[in-house]
Design a protein around this ligand. Structure first.
Ligand code: MCN
Ligand code: CUM
Length: 772
């Protein structure tokens, strides 16, 4: 089925935040810090205030008077809305100007005079814990260092024991660099505080409207029913739109102060410099095995750069997200990881970008380690994986770090990917090319994700349990409206969620409207990230549709004057067992449910139902990827020649949309592996503030993806579906990097960090003799 939303998106009729225009609306602009670390000595706003079109200039001092200078982050830290004491990263918000138009607001920024006293910045996370490192968070009481947290998982003693007795131990340091989700639409908001009703409406780029509303209520002290958060069409989120940014809060304050609606839309540089980055994990990995390649244990130490405020979005109990799944898809005896988080003078964030809560980092780590082990053992990396993959009869599988993988048939999926890629032929071709001095590489990666957070007894964000609501109303004529707590940023929810209801009730998807992204119109829930919409809200949708079906059964029994026990369901109608002609369609039943038909005692009319779904477990999608590259030895340029991706996300609701999700994620992977990085100079200046420097992949860098699929339903999900929105971003970087390093094998290069730009590839090969 084609996407219902395409009718408006492809014709340019979407409504994004920047399309919202209200009578009398004013425009805001943010003044940002040019320093990575500096004391604010004074701020003079008088010239800006004198600008004829300026209506208000807000500083940290203004906000402090309202008790709004600091706001809570999603990780229980606090973050400056507008700096009061010092600035802690380049691009940090210092002042907010509200003017009659966007140009005047921007012009007035230049009239604000800020006197800074530069401080030494902490740029390299590896130096953040040095004795003499400047303390970034001196706002926090009793703070004498830049340490945020230590977290560990697995069994350290048992892991050490396995390592001590292992025949082979291989270690590798690797960096998963800082990258940015960079959605096409930047972040923004339009805040409208109605001075008469006292109701605040905020149109904003958010993946989690209900969670945002609750946070605004807690921060601003406004009652929740006086806040309406509307997330209209979103032009890509990729995790960038999970958190609350200072600009959103400033637009609200701007509206309160001026009594007018205030729009704030960031530009590209602001988006890249100040909003949620992703990754930035310095990882030390060790893998133990037997001489013939049976993997025994994995041991990991991570240093996590969280920037100046700990704004990472993840369930409370998991400061390193779901990195705990770093044992990957393999049957091993023991595992242990420790993660240390530190502050640096960089923008906060830390989870965004199709990561499934740090599973991207975990998968990259284990898939690189397996390849490094294959290199050391001189084994074929695909065979090494095949030898160690979990077997179908091991599911449900209890991992060594406490996760329960719900279902899987890994060997079948890897075999399919290898067959589709013609793996054996590729290896023969590679041997021939090597003899001719050419660099060709074949990279394999296998991943398991844990998505659909999550069971309420284990998971919450800022104390809010991770369940989601769904509400289904069936109108008298048999058309329906489904109301959801999750929000689509391009994933096609209006189509796929209508399809779930259609499948359960036999109503055409065209007759089912999906409403989301408006807290006044939808039930509470924690929103869209970590590919949780299908695992959680998709389940809620199936359950609520089944409730409607059960209500319809009772109405049908009254209509047909038989006992409900004598009725049987076939898609779209209830009929009398043994008499298929005697039946009632769901549309007839809907009309009857609203009519004067006499219903059994205690049965209400209408068919509407609601549900709150608390998932019993996460879902564990998985996949096998094969990437083929050609590398130009003289320039270091990498060309991705072929890419085969076999994904298993359980039952597919809309195969076309699933493939689209996979295509997008594969492009992300090529981008991260070969070109994307947020770099900083030694003063903490951000070097990737535009798309001239921060490179996104285009169709030119991407091959024509070749996809395959296997279907292993989730046993605990009502329709057997697992999430897929981030699978390819999680699984593909390792495949690309493994391919490039496989190409460089004749030079004896074992590892090189992303992004593998031509310069990086060329340097890695320099000075090393080529050996076939
Ligand atoms: N789907 C399906 N069958 C399945 C699983 C999913 O048909 N077995 C469909 C779903 O119904 C949905 C889509 O595939 O329409 C993605 O579903 P799901 O895996 O549940 O992920 P979410 O809807 O929760 O989307 C979030 C996920 C995340 S966290 C990021 S980041 C990301 C991603 O989706 N951001 C995206 N994909 C994106 N795609 C677009 N176009 N834009 C983004 O910002
Ligand atoms: Cu981690 S990016 Mo998505 O989960 O919104």
């Amino acid at each position: 089925m084609h996407r219902k939303e395409d009718a408006r998106f492809l014709r340019g009729h979407g409504t994004y935040v920047d399309d919202v225009t209200l009578p009398g609306m004013l425009h805001g602009a943010v003044l940002r810090s040019p320093y990575a670390h500096a004391k604010i000595v004074s701020i003079d706003t008088s010239a800006a205030e004198a600008h004829p079109k300026v209506r208000a200039v807000i500083t940290g001092e203004t906000l402090a008077g309202l008790n709004l200078a600091w706001m809570p982050t999603l990780s229980g830290d606090v973050q400056a809305v507008l700096a009061t004491d010092k600035v802690r990263f380049q691009g940090q918000e210092v002042a907010f100007v509200v003017a009659e138009d966007r140009y005047s607001a921007r012009d007035a920024l230049e009239l604000i005079d800020v006197d800074y006293e530069a401080l030494e910045p902490v740029v390299d996370a590896r130096k953040a814990l040095d004795e003499d490192a400047p303390v970034i968070r001196d706002d926090l009481e009793g703070r004498t260092d830049n340490h945020i947290f230590d977290w560990e998982t697995g069994d350290a003693a048992r892991t050490d024991e396995v390592f001590a007795n292992a025949e082979v131990v291989t270690t590798q340091d690797m960096l998963y660099p800082r990258v940015h989700p960079a959605p096409l639409e930047t972040c923004g908001s339009v805040a409208d505080m109605d001075p008469i009703t006292g109701k605040l409406t905020i149109w904003t780029t958010t993946q989690a409207p209900h969670a945002h509303r609750t946070l605004y209520a807690l921060v601003a002290g406004l009652p929740e029913h006086k806040i309406r958060v509307i997330s209209p069409d979103i032009g890509g989120g990729f995790g960038n739109k999970v958190g609350i940014y200072p600009g959103y809060v400033c637009s609200v304050v701007g509206s309160i102060v001026t009594g007018k609606p205030v729009k704030w839309i960031e530009d590209r540089s602001e988006n890249l410099m100040s909003t949620s980055f992703a990754r930035d994990y310095h990882m030390h990995g060790e893998i133990a095995s037997t001489k013939d390649g049976k993997i025994l244990a994995i041991r990991v130490k991570v240093l996590a750069d969280h920037g100046a405020f700990n704004g990472t979005a993840q369930p409370t109990k998991y400061p390193a997200g779901f990195f705990g799944v770093f044992t990957g898809s393999y049957d091993i005896e023991a595992a242990h990881a420790s993660v240390t988080g530190v502050y640096t003078n960089k923008a906060p964030g830390g989870v965004a970008y199709a990561c499934s809560f740090r599973i991207t980092e975990a998968v990259y780590l284990v898939e690189r380690l397996v390849d490094v082990l294959a290199y050391d053992l001189d084994m074929d990396p695909a065979q090494l994986r095949m030898k160690n993959l979990l077997k179908p009869d091991q599911f449900p599988y209890q991992s060594k770090t406490g996760w329960e993988y719900d279902s899987g048939d890994y060997p079948r999926t890897l075999r399919m990917a290898l067959d589709l890629a013609h793996y054996d032929e590729l290896r023969m071709e590679q041997a021939k090319r090597r003899d001719a001095g050419e660099l060709m590489g074949i990279g394999v990666a296998f991943f398991t994700e844990a998505v659909g957070a999550g069971p309420r007894k284990h998971m919450d964000i800022l104390g809010l349990g991770m369940a989601d609501g769904a509400e289904l109303r069936v109108h008298p004529t048999g058309k329906a409206v489904l109301r959801l707590s999750v929000q689509s940023q391009g994933q096609g929810h209006e189509t796929t969620f209508a399809q779930i209801v259609a499948e359960e009730l036999g109503i055409s998807p065209d007759d089912i409207d999906v409403v989301h992204g408006d807290t006044d119109q939808t039930p509470f829930g924690l929103g869209t990230y970590g590919s949780r919409s299908t695992p959680v809200s998709g389940a809620a949708t199936a359950v609520v549709a089944r409730k409607v079906r059960e209500r319809a059964k009772i109405v049908a029994s009254a209509m047909l004057e038989v006992s409900p026990d004598d009725l049987e369901w076939e898609k779209g109608r209830w009929f009398v067992k043994g008499d298929p002609a005697a039946g009632k369609s769901i549309q007839d039943i809907a009309m009857a449910a609203h009519s004067s038909l006499e219903l059994p005692e205690g049965v209400e009319g209408q068919l509407d139902a609601t549900c709150v779904y608390n998932p019993p477990n996460l879902t564990y999608p998985f996949g096998a990827y094969v990437c083929v590259v050609d590398v130009d030895a003289e320039t270091g340029q990498v060309k991705v020649r072929d890419f085969v991706a076999v994904d298993d996300c359980g039952v597919r609701i809309n195969p076309m949309i699933v493939e689209g999700q996979v295509h997008g994620g594969l492009a992300d992977g090529v981008g991260m592996a070969l070109m994307q990085v947020m770099a900083f100079d030694e003063d903490g200046n951000h070097l990737g503030g535009s798309f001239m420097d921060y490179l996104l992949p285009t169709s030119m860098e991407c091959p024509s993806w070749r996809l395959g699929e296997t279907v292993t339903p989730s046993p605990h999900h009502p329709i057997g579906a697992k999430g897929v929105g981030e699978s390819a971003t999680v699984g593909s970087p390792a495949a690309v990097v493994n391919a490039v390093l496989d190409a460089l094998k004749p030079y004896g290069v074992r590892h090189a960090d992303m992004p593998l730009t031509p310069a990086a590839v060329w340097s890695a090969a320099q000075g090393r003799p080529f050996r076939t």
